[in-house]
Ligand binder design. Structure first.
Ligand code: ADP
Ligand code: ADP
Length: 226
């Protein structure tokens, strides 16, 4: 579980207009926050700075009270959850979830099995460990992707427009899965979308970005009432 705090964050690429300009945001432990805004408003840049894929030009990022600006991505304890195309079609669910642990090479087979089974159970995938991704529903595939983050003990999930390439039916299914699992696990989540419906239905809070600036940060209900 993680509290993520952004204080006056700025990102400049070259000398142009800042991609992210003076954004302050407090994401409480366990909260589900949606970053919404038009294309080019800085959502992806902000997410990438949080996870450590992009340097912060100015301002401070803290994770659980510790300054994280200079921390390597793997030391931040956060996990990007990629879309289902990131699953390996020839591997079983078990092997897909175990993949990051095998890559890290610091756990024995017993411990890997224990972690994968525990994650699968939390995600209601325990019955499907020997299946291949092609034989899962879209929602189940989404949960396998989340399983990969869980086995690495991620303190927060970060999603970057996870549903943008999917058809409407699958999108609805995945949206439901993500919301359901986030509530069940209580993991802090930051979710980027340009879809207003997703923004208004999915999260506890919505951060609205425009031209790199934070326009609003409130619950969907508060935004709706305006
Ligand atoms: P969004 O995710 O809201 O679509 P981005 O964060 O991708 O917005 O982009 C914000 C602004 O920063 C845009 O003007 C974009 O062109 C610019 N930008 C993003 N990445 C880079 C980069 N690597 N180099 C230069 N400009 C970039
Ligand atoms: P997204 O907004 O979903 O991140 P984009 O298509 O805007 O997707 O960006 C894809 C990649 O290109 C990203 O790595 C981004 O940082 C980079 N990028 C975006 N805008 C620019 C830009 N103006 N100059 C250089 N790189 C850019």
């Amino acid at each position: 579980m993680a509290e993520i705090n952004l204080s006056r964050i700025v990102k400049k690429y070259g000398d142009g207009f800042p991609a992210v300009n003076d954004v302050s945001l407090r994401i409480a432990d366990g909260e589900f926050v949606i970053l919404v805004g038009p294309s080019g408003s800085g959502k992806s840049t902000l997410l990438r700075m949080i996870v450590g894929l992009e340097d912060i030009t100015d301002g401070e990022l803290t994770i659980d009270g510790e300054r994280a600006n200079e921390k390597a991505p793997r030391d931040r304890g956060l996990a990007m959850v990629f879309q289902n195309y990131a699953l390996y079609p020839h591997m079983t669910v078990f092997e897909n979830i175990a993949f990051p642990l095998r890559l890290a090479k610091d756990l024995g087979e017993e411990e890997i099995r224990r972690k994968v089974e525990q994650a699968a159970s939390m995600l209601e995938l325990g019955e499907h460990l020997e299946r291949k991704p092609a034989n899962l529903s879209g929602g189940q595939r989404q949960r396998v992707a989340m399983g990969r983050a869980i086995v690495r003990d991620a303190k927060a999930f970060l999603f970057d427009e996870p549903l943008s390439n999917l058809d409407a039916k699958l999108r609805g299914q995945m949206r439901t899965e993500i919301a359901r699992m986030q509530r069940r696990l209580g993991t802090t989540t930051v979710y980027v979308t340009h879809d207003q419906t997703e923004a208004m239905t999915l999260g506890d809070k919505v951060a609205v970005l425009k031209r790199g600036e934070l326009q609003q940060y409130a619950s969907p209900q508060e935004l709706y009432d305006e």
